[in-house]
Design a protein around this ligand. Structure first.
Ligand SMILES: [Zn+2]
Length: 470
């Protein structure tokens, strides 16, 4: 019953798109005999002077997409796009929380220091995608409804590095209780109509799948959310309210939370479909590199919580990554793990007409400096962080401070329940590799003299004076 309803809605969307669905029609699998390693496919990526459209979507779990094995079809347009180009089945975000995850995508870089001020210094050095493309004469714009990004006239400590390099940045966010991604979709389409004739880099980050979930009636019905069956779980419930009851949520209540999330993703997926169709209508699809990625996942009680940011388990790290490159013959599904960190180097190489030399290691880390009630930037210190590295089917997690390791075989144990640390020699090798990465990816800035750190401290103090507390 549930399935039928969803297919019904998807079918309506398909009828509307028929005739112009270049970006949404599947082309079938990769060429027979093709090398389907991520390195090989990404290396056939030259797209000289192509426009770049980067669509990142809040809180989108890869394993909840039908094209990644999920039962229901919560994102038909995104999956259709994935079938058209490259779909990375095992893509990982570098961080389970928005700002560090997107910063890593934008800069192609992840820092292993645990001190926030060192992290600030680190990102002052590499070139962002926006800065790189701006230098090549592209017009660069960002449009989002993530309120926390601020905008160019209101740079904020945690987001300034993310948006400062754009020529234009529009923020239509109203916070986590708002329902605003449709406004972003409309603004993106208008922007493409107005500026599509120039060489552009357009980034949009769609916020709606983030809690609090307030999907419309049609999507709620399609995903079987009925208030009378959902106990304490209410439409639009604040995450803080969920936290109060999460210790004894029933299975049915968890299903209701997931249904609200699915309905929000479904509505956001329609916006993505509409943006892609507009790109086709404007005859831009054959000279625009299009990338769709999730920023991080969401926990639905796998570790006793709802939400994100705390761990480096796959419910938070495994995200969709799909690439449409009009000039490349690389198509199909890639099984080999890849990090969304690759987006930065891939884009900058592609528009230069170059191949990507090799993808970065699949490293991720939690950022535990997020905390409330911090009085001074120097107190933005971290508690022990988790770091992870995935290679083939193995994933190692290292918790700093506690010197604790976990090792999982993701093929046999996708839920990461059976810790194989100490039972496999491959674990030692991965641990060495991860420690080496941590050593090589530290910032060595001196906080007393580093300009980025000093201006960050000034900014925080200025914001505090204006009444902001974080
Ligand atoms: Zn996020």
């Amino acid at each position: 019953m549930r399935r039928k309803t969803i297919i019904g809605i998807a079918a309506v969307a398909i009828v509307v798109t028929t005739g112009l669905a270049l970006l949404l029609s599947g082309l079938g699998p990769a060429r027979p005999g093709a090398d389907t390693s991520s390195a090989a496919l990404l290396s056939r990526g030259a797209c000289l002077n192509c426009n770049v459209l980067l669509i990142t979507i809040e809180t989108l779990r890869a394993d909840h997409l039908k094209c990644q094995g999920y039962e229901d079809d919560i994102a038909p347009n995104i999956c259709a796009f994935g079938k058209k180009g490259l779909l990375f089945e095992n893509a990982y975000t570098p961080a389970p929380v928005t700002m560090p995850a997107l910063r890593a995508i934008m800069f192609g870089s992840l820092v292993s220091n645990e001190d926030l001020l060192e992290i600030i210094a680190h990102y002052d050095r590499p070139t962002s995608i926006a800065a790189g493309l701006s230098k090549k004469g592209y017009i660069t714009a960002g449009i989002t409804d993530h309120k926390g990004f601020g905008d160019l006239s209101n740079l904020r400590p945690k987001s300034s590095m993310l948006i400062r390099d754009f020529d234009q940045f529009e923020n239509l966010g109203k916070g986590r209780t708002g329902k605003t991604s449709a406004d972003v979709g409309e603004a993106v389409e208008k922007w493409l109509e107005k500026h599509g004739s120039k060489r552009f880099f357009l980034w949009t980050h769609l916020f709606d799948p983030h809690y609090n979930w307030v999907p419309g009636a049609e999507a709620r019905k399609a995903f079987d959310y009925r208030q009378e069956d959902c106990g304490r779980v209410m439409l639009g419930m604040d995450i803080e309210e969920i936290r109060k009851i999460e210790k004894d949520l029933s299975k049915q209540e968890i299903k209701c939370i997931e249904a609200l999330y699915h309905a929000e993703v479904f509505e956001t997926d329609r916006l993505v479909g509409s943006i892609l169709r507009r790109l086709d209508q404007l005859d831009l699809a054959d000279n625009t590199l299009v990338i769709i990625a999730g920023d991080h996942g969401e926990e639905f009680m796998e570790r006793g919580r709802v939400g994100h940011e705390w761990t480096v388990y796959n419910e938070l790290l495994h995200v969709p990554l799909m690439i449409w490159n009009p000039r490349s013959d690389s198509r199909g599904r890639v099984e080999e793990p890849v990090s969304t960190l690759v987006i930065h180097n891939y884009v900058l190489a592609a528009v230069d007409g170059r191949d990507l030399e090799s993808p970065p290691p699949v490293v991720s880390r939690a950022f535990h400096y997020y905390g409330k009630n911090l009085q001074h930037p120097r107190e933005f210190r971290t508690r022990p962080n988790e770091f992870s590295l995935v290679r083939d089917n193995l994933k190692i997690i290292y918790t700093s401070g506690e010197e604790r390791y976990e090792l999982y075989d993701l093929d046999r144990d996708p839920g990461e329940r059976t810790n194989l640390w100490g039972k496999s020699a491959a674990g030692q090798e991965l641990a060495r590799e991860l420690r080496q990465w941590m050593k090589e990816n530290r910032s060595d800035a001196d906080p007393a003299t580093n300009e980025a750190i000093q201006s960050y401290i000034e900014m925080v103090e200025r914001l505090k004076a204006l009444g902001y507390t974080r």
